[in-house]
Design a protein around this ligand. Structure first.
Ligand SMILES: *Cc1c(COP(=O)(O)O)cnc(C)c1O
Length: 366
């Protein structure tokens, strides 16, 4: 079976973790500080705070921006559940904005309309889905005109660029995940980056029990800290990230050049965008009366040893949790995408033979 994702861990990471174990400094400490500085400098951000996961990073980001009960936050319904859940964690209300058909990211036209209808909204939480940057020029212009704070969910987009600028440096705050399937990993882990020092201080406080001074707790905070083991892995993975991303882009180019099955639409990379292919996601066009086409394709691939996955089979407002809370949406483009998408393996551990097998198998589907 060719897996849909496969982290690459080398001797360097093992050595780093052993060093931490021998040092006895197991929780947050020097390794975390070095990883924060390394990631900050890689991204070109002003501040970086490591967290225990991308999810806790998103929670901390919204809390640090002062988003709370009664506030509306505009977001996409086509993402991993953690994106919208972070809005619920702070007691705010997600308002779902439809996506663009080609990139699966927020559609600036739909955003403009939602900004008009929800003029009191406090923030925008956008995602650079699959590693393709969202349309940041249009989105930032709309957000500034509407007085929205902007949080970028970069959990799938480490190193992606929009007009030669790294994603994660456009909004007020950005959040990265280092879960094992992501472009780089620390096992579990996350990073929050931001522009302003006072926001950075609030993030630091939220992730560490609301204390700026030890044992003085100004606000309700959490334990969202990263450990030194995770940071030791992250420091090595960060060095390898450019190579991992090059390999992902190379694999994606091979797949797109080889796949010629007329039933499938391969991913796009818009001009001015650098896609980092966290996922290589195709659309299975359900022409006519076969709503099960995508499910057939998934079964066909799995039976032939190609690991594939549907990211994501349901828009977030159709999840039982959201229906139960009475949170709905009207995003037909996202709903259609949820019926048609399938991700194929694109990770950097794929061999030339793996790629050939994927291409031949996909092209053999009828
Ligand atoms: C992975 C992911 C998250 C959550 O990150 P964790 O580290 O798994 O908590 C959030 N948003 C998106 C878009 C993701 O892909």
């Amino acid at each position: 079976m060719i897996p849909i994702a496969q982290p690459i861990i080398g001797e360097e990471e093992l050595k780093g973790v052993m060093e931490v174990l021998r040092s006895g400094e197991l929780a947050a400490g020097r390794y975390v500080a070095r990883f924060e500085e390394g990631f900050r400098s890689f991204l070109g951000a002003n501040f970086a705070v490591a967290t225990s996961s991308g999810t806790t990073g998103l929670h901390a980001a919204l809390a640090a921006l002062g988003i709370g009960p009664g506030d509306e936050v505009l977001t996409t319904p086509f993402s991993f559940i953690a994106t919208a859940n972070s809005i619920l964690y702070v007691g705010a209300r997600p308002v779902f904005v439809d996506i663009d058909e080609k990139t699966f990211n927020l559609d600036p036209g739909a955003l403009e309309e939602t900004c008009r209808l929800h003029s009191g909204a406090k923030a925008l939480l956008l995602v650079h889905l699959y590693g393709h940057p969202a349309s940041m020029t249009e989105i930032m212009k709309l957000a500034r005109e509407s007085g929205l704070k902007v949080v970028e969910d970069c959990a799938q987009a480490h190193g992606a660029e929009y007009r030669d600028q790294r994603v994660g440096t456009f909004g007020d705050v950005a959040v990265f995940s280092f879960y094992p399937t992501k472009n780089m990993t620390t096992g579990e882990g996350g990073m929050v980056t931001c522009r302003d020092e006072d926001v950075a201080q609030r993030i630091r406080s939220v992730v560490n029990h609301g204390q700026a001074v030890r044992y003085t707790h100004e606000t309700l905070g959490y334990n969202f800290r990263m450990t030194n083991f995770q940071a030791a892995i992250g420091l090595e993975q960060l060095k390898k990230l450019p190579g991992f991303n090059r390999k992902r882009r190379h694999n994606a180019a091979r797949l797109s050049a080889g796949i010629n099955n007329g039933m499938l639409e391969t991913p796009v990379e818009l001009p001015g965008c650098k896609h980092v292919y966290h996922q290589y996601t195709v659309r299975v066009k359900a022409k006519g009366k076969d709503p099960e086409k995508r499910e057939h394709f998934v079964r066909y691939l799995q039976q032939r040893g190609i690991g594939c996955r549907v990211h994501y089979p349901r828009v977030i407002y159709r999840q039982p949790l959201y229906q139960g809370l009475g949170l709905t949406g009207r995003c037909p483009v996202a709903e259609k995408a949820a019926r048609e998408v399938v991700s194929l393996p694109v990770h950097p551990a794929l061999t030339k033979r793996d790629l050939e097998l994927i291409i031949n198998t996909v092209n053999g589907y009828r």
